[in-house]
Write a protein that binds this ligand. Structure first.
Ligand code: KG4
Ligand code: ZN
Length: 347
């Protein structure tokens, strides 16, 4: 019997729907919300309203481009958590209504587990167990994945996520939100060894980016004059602006290199400690070109078998919800119609 899953993702500011048949993604349209750009971050209420406007057309496009009728859908999967509660409510309510109307089962999906399982979309899949470095706007985690339905977090950030470090640094540089992709773009023409930033000293497999962010702030405040990151070295505002303007590419390249180094050194440690050499990347920050390239180079050096989802499955998308829904379907993990979304999630 063939299994067709219709999936809905609305955890933050992207509305997406996908159709997956027997583990193969047939469509994955994503409606981005440009309304947040001028606010320098996602405004939750505006996100919920935009999801309300986008969800019906996005589901229509997902079905029509997959050449799929609603009547041939076997289950509806949706993002239950974590995320912005107002955004999650829109997708959850839509999925529950469809499930009720079509009399088809409902599958509740954990957004971060779905980022990990985006690695099962491609034909060449990682063998279990594998490790996954999941780096997004809200999370930085190392996940040990033993099967599509059994995984645990073995390392995570104690404060800011890697995506937040990119976005907050970009904001200090005067770049619009989300700044991660722009730092990636400017870094391509920059010298990554020109500036150095304080590296966090966190034990074990956990991360911290808040001290790193502070060191970057002081570096800009003293216009790169000193590597002693003290507030008393503050340069006049116009000098700070000129410094950023004259050195933007090098600043972005150096900042990016530092973040990538922090991430990959913990991943190496996780591989050594667990003895696992099947290693994956996931999450929005895995769209970063330096992280992707350095990950592949290090993987070759350390004898890893490396996997990175295709670009469109790294940032938020419903295809990853669909593939997770497919494996939950195979394991009979269905949700009751009384299920509610939650902003925070247990693993
Ligand atoms: O996974 P995602 O789409 O949404 C969350 O669940 O958070 O991740 C979004 C994050 C943002 O912080 C964004 O700046 C970052 O991913 N990002 C990047 C790049 N593309 C997206 N960061 C660095 N370089 C990129 N190319
Ligand atoms: Zn995400």
């Amino acid at each position: 019997m063939s299994i067709t899953i219709l999936a809905i993702e609305s955890s933050c500011d992207d509305t997406s729907a996908a159709v997956c048949r027997d583990g193969v993604i047939l469509s994955n349209p994503i409606a981005n919300q440009s309304v947040h750009e001028k606010y320098g971050g996602v405004v939750p209420e505006l996100a919920s309203r935009a999801h309300m406007q986008n969800i019906v057309p996005v589901v229509d496009v997902a079905l029509s481009s997959a050449n799929c009728q609603l009547s041939s859908v076997d289950a509806i999967a949706f993002t239950q958590s974590p995320g912005l509660i107002g955004s999650l409510l829109v997708g959850a309510q839509f999925a529950k209504s469809l499930s009720l109307a079509l009399n088809k089962p409902l599958i509740a999906v954990h957004h971060m587990q779905a980022h990990v399982l985006a690695n099962l979309i491609a034909d060449e899949k990682p063998a279990f167990p594998f490790l996954c470095l999941t780096v997004s706007g809200g999370h930085t985690q190392i996940v040990l994945c033993e099967s599509p339905t059994q995984m645990k977090v073995i390392g995570e950030t104690l404060d800011d996520a890697a995506g937040e470090a990119f976005d907050k640094a970009a904001k200090l540089l005067g770049l619009p939100y989300p700044g991660g992709p722009l730092i990636d773009k400017y870094a391509k023409a920059g010298d990554a060894d020109r500036f150095k930033f304080a590296e966090p000293k966190i034990a074990g497999l956990d991360f911290s980016f808040s001290g790193f962010k502070t060191s970057f702030l002081y570096f800009l405040k003293n216009a790169g004059k000193s590597l002693v990151y003290k507030e008393e070295f503050t340069a006049p505002p116009e000098e700070q602006q000129q410094f950023i303007k004259d050195n933007l590419n090098d600043i972005c390249a150096s900042l990016q290199k530092s973040i990538v180094t922090i991430l990959l050194s913990k991943l190496k440690r996780a591989s050594v400690e667990t003895g696992i050499k099947n290693i994956c990347l996931a999450g929005g920050v895995s769209a970063n070109s330096s992280l992707r390239n350095t990950f592949l180079q290090k993987g070759e050096k350390y004898g890893w078998k490396t996997f990175i989802p295709a670009f469109e499955y790294c940032t938020d998308n419903a295809a990853m919800i669909a593939i997770t829904g497919y494996y939950k379907f195979l394991n009979n993990q269905f949700a009751d119609l009384s299920v509610v979304p939650t902003a925070r999630a247990e693993w």
